[in-house]
Design a protein around this ligand. Sequence first.
Ligand SMILES: N[C@@H](CCC(=O)N[C@@H](CS)C(=O)NCC(=O)O)C(=O)O
Length: 206
Amino acid sequence: MQLFYAPGACSMGIHVLLEEIGKPYELSKLDIRGGENHRPPFSELNPKGKVPTLVRDDGSVVTEYPVIAYHLAKANPEAGLLPKSDEAKLRAAEAIDYCVATIHMQGFARMFRPSNYNPDEAGHDAVKAQGREMAEKGFAIMDKALAGKQWVAGDYSIADSALFYVAFWGGKRVGMTLPPNVGAHLDRMLARPAVQRMLEQEGISV
Ligand SMILES: N[C@@H](CCC(=O)N[C@@H](CS)C(=O)NCC(=O)O)C(=O)O
């Protein structure tokens, strides 16, 4: 198993899951700022040019965060990363989709890549502000979902690593004040040995 990642990118969440699982895997770093992800050989492996990208032992490639997370949890049941009940599985999937498709791809994508939304540099501050508002709304929704709970879907699961990477960007990278339950969840995640190993391996300081 091989994970293509970029330090501090959304691939952090999948990297955490691989560390939770604890089986050997290979880490391959990509320079996404330099565009390495859009050039061969990586672009031949994953023409989407995105991390996280997982290459399985049979050489097959799995892309898209929610799918990679689900696949890893399903393929490694002993790690207990998939909630047990159908209702908790549904809530975990709902939270993952919201963190990835809305908080990340709608909110942070505008903050990190405003030129994808407006080629005119004069409009970039407005795009970033809109993205921040979207992410803040997302964190407020996740805060309610976490009320009275340690983890998103009951026991610790793949949903927690999805919330982790967006909350990490919010709280530790762009200086947002996270709502209390999301902030406490981030602290709980940062205390996990798997998260600490991931941060060390990616060379990220908190
Ligand atoms: N929908 C994808 C999104 C992945 C994504 O946007 N990854 C970013 C890093 S956080 C990336 O690879 N960006 C590089 C680029 O688009 O050039 C997923 O769920 O995995």
